[in-house]
Design a protein around this ligand. Sequence first.
Ligand code: PEP
Ligand code: MG
Length: 582
Amino acid sequence: MTFSVHGLAVSRGIAIGRAVIVASSRVDVAHYFVQADEVQGEIERLRHARNAVAEEILKVQHSLSELESTDAHPELTALLDVHLMLLQDEQLTGGVKHWIVDRHYNAEWALTTQLEVIARQFDEMEDLYLRERKADLEQVVERMLRVMRGVASPVAGGARPVHDNSTEVPLVLIAHDLSPADMLQFKQSVFAGFVTDVGGKTSHTAIVARSMDIPAVVGARSASHLVKQDDWVIIDGDAGVVLVDPSPILLAEYGFKQRQGEVERERLSRLRNTPAVTLDGQKIELLANIEQPEDAVAALKAGAVGVGLFRSEFLFMGRNGKLPDEEEQYQAYRRAVDGMQGLPVTIRTVDVGADKPLDRGASRAGDDHLNPALGLRAIRWSLSEPSMFLAQLRAILRAAAHGPVNLLIPMLAHASEIRQTLSLINRARDQLTNAGVPQGSVKLGAMIEVPAAALTIPLFLRHFDFLSVGTNDLIQYTLAIDRADEAVSHLYDPVHPAVLHLLASTIAQCREQGKGVSVCGEMAGDVTLTRLLLGLGLRSFSMHPSQILAVKQQILRCDTGRLQTWAQSVLAAEDPAALMVD
Ligand code: PEP
Ligand code: MG
């Protein structure tokens, strides 16, 4: 029977496919399709892993039997027996085979999928003893995955497109939670849409979903429990609704909407080479936000005139604590610079912490603290790790020798932070000069993300060449709303008068001083806010490539002279949202 789950619409479009339920802890196994002639090889890898684990268990049992007996032995031996039994269990082995043979999943993916299926059955058991066997099953599967990690699939090495599976069935991923790094792993991957139980509209998971330009709903609370493995699901990324087990009529209706969306995109794509100029002749700069150097391709394709925000932290995440060294970073930044073919690239120094942990469960950048969003994140973390920060600064300065680069610093709030940052930039420059390593000049920018910064703009303008307003964080910190928490997402309000005042005064002060100012938070890519931002005097917008053409379409219809007066009335309103309707 059809039912719906409601969440937050974070990435537009309609996806229709079968559900793949993934537990957060299992996201980091490889997910890809194998070809028909590779199926047998995957089954072999599985068999090998199973035999290796069985051998391990038998060895432990054997060594236990050789030890002098203690009271613990009988229990341990029994437990190992259970593990052996689970290993041979037909539901596990047969189920995994089904995912490999019928769906062409790689072995690890098949194994974790079947684990989810069985784990749910355990959860539903009345008998506590049996219910607790789930942990044993998880341990057994974990051991098999460890063996398989040592014997990588001969066909691994990259995700294959959504429709490359033998059954031609699109798949949508449903998880309780996905970290931004997990999301990145699924970029260009096998999934046609995403749903998570947790997350806010501007959580980094949502941001990465948007950058992938595929439908996504976050904050869907219990979706990962209500939806079953392999259920048919419709994700309506515009309305934030997930329809499970849809009727044929619903399928037809959403299939139609999906095709309409494709036609609309096709139409928008014709604007790619049209200059972003308003009706009254104001030139607007449309820049791209990217997470990886390879995103430069999408940025150019969308007609971006540069990168306004390269979130460099994605190079640092999901690496089991091993951070990229200067050379690796230099190569990555250089790829972005080369990829943009002479257009400027704004590289933001690392911004980890809060909802962007370095590693799942890691505790390096303050993310295990009580209030990670208020903790050691972004520039605070960089200043606490000067040698890491210097390596990044050197890498960016070196990349600047190959094309125009702007250096952007996140989350500054204090004059002392500004002084320390500038002094480290100078030190990085000197280090390169002394070592005879080529470097380029960079424009220096500061992100305005904290109310304290927005209220002391003259300080920033004295030290920086340009400012970039990070509205995602500015809203979070102004309204005291955790941007990643769906429970307070209804209070996350980009047009709250306090936010608009900080934004308007930042833009006005930059313009008065003739300094560049852009918005690189999600507000910049929200077409419902384009007119307001233009009216407030903004002329530079940075957003995900997938949003650029829709925003451009809005810009082409606007007259900034008229919008200016209207924007002032919105600023003065008690309830600005009421004036936002056309
Ligand atoms: C912002 O805060 O608006 C921003 C662009 O930075 P991030 O979303 O990466 O925190
Ligand atoms: Mg930010």
